[in-house]
Design a protein around this ligand. Structure first.
Ligand code: XMP
Length: 513
């Protein structure tokens, strides 16, 4: 629900898409921001040395029985505050103002009509278009506040220049608010005095310094998947620790075509790092035999992975993981267990225990994928690695619908390799977030030559996304789909039908399981 930011780091989480947007917008101004839970204490926040605090929007009404309210002491920190939407209503409510409840939410465009100048709106013209999405609105302003702008006869912005508290009813973080970037920039730089110092080189330098300080002469083990996140992390940690970093790669039998070999080659030959490869293909496949429920598959893979991984690795003091921010909020969220969307690999019990004991390093846990790619580029990694599509920890096991076995994995692997090859050849690979095949648990009738066939079906999943949190399906040109289909059906005799998934996220997820 709140966001606070600083020249170093900090934020408060409510889990809404908009909250993350605020964080991203501020980071794009090269000021680090961190999301923290709405009930973070003054001490929690002060750890981050914030230069400002943002109270984000949220679906609640301040008069509701379970309205999330902040600790009142957070305002004693003394930094400027910006309330957005629910955040504005909170500032009004806590300051003794009145809120006009409304049973319905209002969505849509509105125009700002300024009644007073404010440093928050420097350079923003009268009549500027903003995006509203709210139920309640502020009725009577709290003491010490002045109305700065209105829209549709209701206060759209207010400030208290003595306290340096500002609030807006609309959402400056969404693109529909035309001057949203300017408003946030006015707050961050003009009002809070933050400096644009959060760049990738500074992140790398700071991470290396912190890792060295924390690890000292001890040993770190890193679970390498071969994907972008763990690869970038491996290179970064190698720079910080040299041979005190040992990478362990588990071949779990649900990898893509030729993947295990490629990872070993890249790390041992190209990066010259210490790498242990654990061939556990049979262990995983045995544990997965006959299991068709997605969450059960994920849990089994997580469990076997941890067993194999801990057995394969040498004695270690710290475990490093390339966990990203979306992984953290989608599986262990502040939203409670009912909202857990998918169990993520890097949050299984054993790892959580190590985490509690302070033995897990996750330098990317507050970053998004595109930010990790920027770090990779800065570290000089080749484009081929940096631009690799994300690949889930449970691998092809969650792309073979129903029970997983060697034969079905092999069919999927070959289809997937064709899709990727064609997407790359068409110059599409780097423009999209992910493209992969899903093997369906049904068989369909077809005809090839004069022969009736009864074969398997693959679905093509091609999506674009910025961070994997939301995604849109991509429909490639018809000639490309025709070519992919012809190759899959022609080269893989078990498959006689190809379908295209046209579901965005939400309501779908990117992976099918
Ligand atoms: P969903 O399916 O949740 O996926 O929309 C969002 C992004 O996360 C990837 N994904 C995973 N990554 N471990 C991972 O490391 C997992 O268990 C996992 N499940 C999904 C998915 O490929 C997509 O990019």
């Amino acid at each position: 629900m709140f966001i606070c930011f600083s020249v170093r780091r900090a934020i408060l989480d409510f889990g809404s898409q908009y909250t993350q947007l605020i964080a991203r917008r501020i980071r794009s101004l090269q000021v680090f921001s961190v999301i923290l839970p709405y009930n973070a204490t003054r001490e929690d926040i002060e750890l981050f040395h914030p230069s400002g605090l943002i109270l984000s929007g949220g679906p609640s009404s301040v008069y509701g029985p379970h309205a999330p309210l902040p600790h009142s002491t957070i305002f004693d920190i003394g930094v400027p505050v910006l309330g957005i939407c629910y955040g504005m209503q909170l500032l009004a409510h806590l300051g003794g103002g009145k809120i006009a409840p409304s049973p319905q939410r209002e969505y849509g465009f509105a125009e700002l009509e300024f009644v007073k100048s404010s440093p928050l709106f420097e350079g923003v013209p009268d009549g500027s278009q903003v995006w509203m999405s709210h139920g309640d609105k502020v009725g009577d302003l709290p003491e010490g506040f002045e109305m700065v702008a209105r829209s549709d006869r209701a206060p759209a912005a207010m400030h208290n220049l003595v306290l340096k508290h500002f609030a807006v009813q609309f959402h400056p973080e969404v693109v529909h608010t035309v001057e949203g970037g300017k408003i946030l920039s006015n707050f961050v730089f003009g009002i809070c005095g933050a400096k644009a110092t959060w760049t990738m080189p500074s992140f790398i330098e700071e991470t290396i310094r912190r890792v060295r300080e924390r690890v000292g002469e001890k040993k770190v083990v890193l679970g390498l998947s071969g994907g972008v996140d763990s690869t970038v992390l491996a290179v970064l940690l190698h720079r910080a620790l040299g041979d005190r970093l040992i990478c362990v790669f588990v071949d779990n039998g649900v990898l893509r075509l030729g993947e295990a070999k490629k990872v070993a080659e890249t790390f041992q030959k190209h990066f010259k790092m210490k790498l242990h490869v654990a061939d556990a293909r049979q262990k995983f496949l045995k544990a997965l035999r006959g299991v068709d429920h997605p969450e059960k598959k994920r849990k089994i893979i997580g469990k076997v992975f941890v067993k194999v991984f801990f057995k394969a690795m040498p004695k270690f003091d710290f475990l490093a993981q390339g966990t990203l921010y979306p992984d953290v909020i989608e599986s262990v969220s502040t939203k409670g267990p009912s909202d857990t969307i998918k169990t993520h690999h890097n949050r299984v019990d054993q790892i959580l225990k190590l985490k509690k004991a302070g033995r897990v390093l996750e330098p990317f846990e507050e970053l998004f994928k595109d930010e990790v790619r920027l770090i990779g580029r800065e570290l000089g990694l080749p484009d081929e690695i940096i631009n690799r599509h994300p690949f889930p920890g449970p691998g092809l096991a969650i792309r073979v619908m129903g029970a997983v076995n060697e034969e079905r994995l092999d069919i999927l692997r070959r289809a997937d390799a064709i899709l990727i090859e064609e997407i790359k050849a068409a110059g599409l690979y780097e423009k999209i977030w992910q493209s992969f095949c899903v093997l369906l648990p049904v068989r369909t009738v077809g005809v090839m030559g004069d022969q009736r066939t009864y074969g398997q079906v693959v679905a093509l999943r091609i999506v674009e996304s910025v961070d994997g949190m939301t995604a849109d399906y991509v429909v490639p040109p018809k000639s490309l789909i025709t070519r992919i289909t012809a190759r899959i059906v022609g080269e893989i005799k078990e498959i006689n039908r190809v379908v295209l998934d046209v579901t965005s996220k939400p309501p779908g997820t990117i992976e099918w399981e």
